[in-house]
Design a protein around this ligand. Structure first.
Ligand code: SME
Length: 160
């Protein structure tokens, strides 16, 4: 059974502890769906003020919703649409303080106010994106971005 410990210390320390929990959780399993499901659940329950945590996986044409925690979401996102498409297309993490100010933002859960989307690449191969939404405006700062990118890296490492 997996037991998660409460996060304490500075934000950087908390993300370091969460990344260690993620690596322990994913250790020994390479299945992309299983690991996406467990990482979504871990993050959703570990971090405050989130309303959606999950994966969109690239099917060769567009992003298709994968394992997540939160309300039901839009199924397919073309690469030229939304915050998720922008992350996949530009290969840059999208940290959006106000989703309503982002041109082309796709509102899946109307509660979402800010969003962080990390692109998932193995070399040149697009795997998908890791998407986190918050009902709080500007929920994610640079430390959150670095921390969540390290969780995305743990996911990619687990598949290799
Ligand atoms: N807001 C995203 C769509 C996915 S939901 O947030 C779960 C976007 O604009 O790409």
């Amino acid at each position: 059974m997996f037991t998660s410990s409460p996060l304490t210390g500075s934000k950087a320390e908390q993300y370091a502890a969460l990344a260690a929990q993620a690596r322990a959780l994913l250790h020994g399993e390479r299945d992309a769906i299983a690991n996406a499901a467990n990482l979504s659940a871990l993050v959703y329950h570990a971090l405050p003020d989130l309303n959606w945590v999950g994966f969109y996986l690239f099917d060769g044409t567009e992003l298709v919703v994968g394992p997540f925690q939160g309300l039901p979401a839009c199924v397919r996102i073309p690469l030229d649409k939304g915050v998720c498409g922008a992350a996949a297309r530009t290969r840059q993490t999208q940290r959006i303080d106000d989703v309503h100010a982002f041109p082309g933002h796709i509102a899946c859960d109307s509660a979402s106010r800010s969003e962080l989307v990390v692109p998932l690449y193995i070399g040149e191969r697009l795997i998908g994106v890791f998407d986190i939404d918050s009902p709080v405006p500007a929920r994610f700062d640079v430390e959150d971005q670095t921390g969540i990118e390290s969780l995305a890296a743990a996911y990619l490492e687990s598949m290799q």
